[in-house]
Structure formats: structure tokens, C-alpha cells
Design a protein around this ligand. Structure first.
Ligand code: SF4
Ligand code: SF4
Ligand code: SF4
Length: 246
């Protein structure tokens, strides 16, 4: 019997699932060793649990999603949060700092009352999450690595050092020197410092390291001319649900 895998989504753009589809031929190899029994984005059949592994994408933004997520949790031996929306609440949490009725009216116009919503939150605010695959979107190689580890009965581990380490190894010129404000010093590595390697700043999509030195980072941002409220705005792009962005 192959392990039963299910993929679910909540409030998000589904770009992380698309990364799985983008595995192309290697997705076929994966399907040799697991049975993907539920995956709305890629197949029409659905099978009820129990599941060995559930990958869950998106953040919780509606009251009814809380019950659905709890059911998925009960049905799944291992639950993995897939991507920044599921892991951190992600960009969806930006709305938590705005007037909720105004946000709904902006999105749904005169049909706003048909779409009740609640402040966005990550999966971990509702149920126990066993593992996380971070990023916006996820890295498909990291996804494959996590699946392999789980199938081998091992604990997938994420790097617990900042993006700056990978950035220095890549020999990049620090974007602070170009007048950009980078979250790399407190963001969890694992992406190979993708954004600074293309001359852009890190915006924190993989979340923070376990014990981020935000005080030191804020000081650096201030030295480079950012006001405290600007720093918070940068933290809030992906970390609005985290303490560091409050
Ligand atoms: S983490 Fe990013 S790519 Fe993935 S679902 Fe959320 S918004 Fe889309
Ligand atoms: S560009 Fe960002 S990630 Fe790279 S060294 Fe500078 S602060 Fe760190
Ligand atoms: S550099 Fe930062 S924003 Fe870019 S992919 Fe890596 S963690 Fe995400």
C-alpha cells in the first residue's frame, strides 16, 4: 500500500500547489511511491481520509474554514503547512491592520455581505502543524526533499540561520549598500538568498529564524533612515501575524 497523500487549500493564490505541478516528470516519479488521493487543483476525484500526509496551503480567513481545517487535522497523521500563507498567515494578514468591512467592500463591492470573513491567520493558530515548507511560493526542490524525508520516517528540518549567510556565500553585494532595506538578517535561509542574488531585497517570505534579533535589525534599519512605522510595514508584508510585526 502506498502512503495516502492529500493536498488542500484555504485562502491563497494556489501558487504553491502550482510549484508541485511544475515538478513535471518528477511528479510522475513521486506518484510511483505515493497515492495522491485528493488534490482539487490537479485531479477531479476526491477520497475521504484518513490520510498519511496532508499538505495544506493558504491561510484561514473565514469562520467555516476553522471546522474544515480541524476535520483535515483529525483525518491526517501528518499535517504540513505549504507556503507562507499557511505557515505565517502571509500577505493575507495585511488586511488585519485595516477596517474589515472596508476591505470586504473593496474586494466584493455591493456583494460584500455575501462574503463574511474573519481576520486572517496561519494554520498553526487553529490546529497543530507538524512541519512547514516555507516560502512564497514554496521551492519545489525543498518540497521534494520534505516528502522524501517523511517517506523515510525522518524529521524534515529547516535551516535555522539567516538568509545573510547564504547571501555572503553567494558573494552578493549587500543591497543595504544600494539603499534597499533587506529582511535577510532575520529571515530563515533555505532559498539560496534568491532575491539578493538578483539585486532585490529579501522581503521575509520564509519567516524568521527561531530567535530573531529584531532589536539589532531594527537599529540597522533606523540607521539607514527608516522610521519605526516604516519598519513595521516591512515586517507586516509576511509577518503580520507574528509578534515582531505588532
Ligand atoms: S504562499 Fe504565496 S504563492 Fe503560496 S499560496 Fe500564498 S500567496 Fe500564493
Ligand atoms: S543583501 Fe540582505 S541578505 Fe544579503 S547580506 Fe545584505 S542584508 Fe543580508
Ligand atoms: S530572499 Fe527572502 S524573500 Fe526572497 S525567496 Fe528568500 S526568503 Fe523569500
Amino acid at each position: 500500500m502506498k502512503p495516502k497523500v492529500a493536498i488542500f487549500e484555504f485562502g491563497c493564490c494556489e501558487g504553491c500547489q502550482l510549484q508541485i505541478v511544475n515538478l513535471e516528470e518528477r511528479l510522475l516519479d513521486l506518484l510511483e511511491v505515493v497515492d495522491v488521493v485528493t488534490w482539487r487543483e490537479a485531479r477531479s476525484e476526491h477520497q475521504d481520509g484518513p490520510y498519511d500526509i496532508a499538505f495544506v496551503e493558504g491561510s484561514i480567513t473565514r469562520e467555516d474554514e476553522i471546522g474544515r481545517l480541524k476535520e483535515i487535522r483529525e483525518d491526517s497523521r501528518i499535517l504540513v503547512a505549504l507556503g507562507a500563507c499557511a505557515h505565517l498567515g502571509g500577505v493575507n494578514c495585511l488586511k488585519n491592520f485595516m477596517d474589515q468591512d472596508e476591505v470586504r467592500r473593496y474586494v466584493y463591492g455591493d456583494k460584500a455581505e455575501w462574503f463574511p470573513s474573519i481576520p486572517a491567520r496561519p494554520l498553526g493558530a487553529v490546529v497543530k502543524v507538524d512541519y512547514v515548507i516555507p516560502g512564497c511560493p514554496i521551492d519545489k526542490e525543498e518540497f521534494l526533499g520534505v516528502v522524501k524525508q517523511l517517506l523515510l520516517g525522518k524529521e524534515p528540518r529547516l535551516p535555522n540561520y539567516p538568509v545573510c549567510v547564504e547571501c555572503k556565500k553567494a558573494g552578493n553585494v549587500c543591497v543595504f549598500e544600494k539603499g534597499l532595506f533587506c529582511l535577510g538578517p532575520i529571515t530563515r535561509a533555505g532559498c539560496g538568498a534568491r532575491c539578493p542574488s538578483f539585486g532585490a531585497r529579501c522581503i521575509g517570505c520564509r519567516g524568521t529564524v527561531d530567535d530573531p534579533n529584531t532589536e539589532a535589525h531594527r537599529e540597522v534599519m533606523k540607521e539607514y533612515g527608516l522610521r519605526p512605522e516604516d519598519i513595521l510595514n516591512k515586517y507586516r508584508l509576511f509577518w503580520g501575524y507574528l509578534e515582531v510585526a505588532r
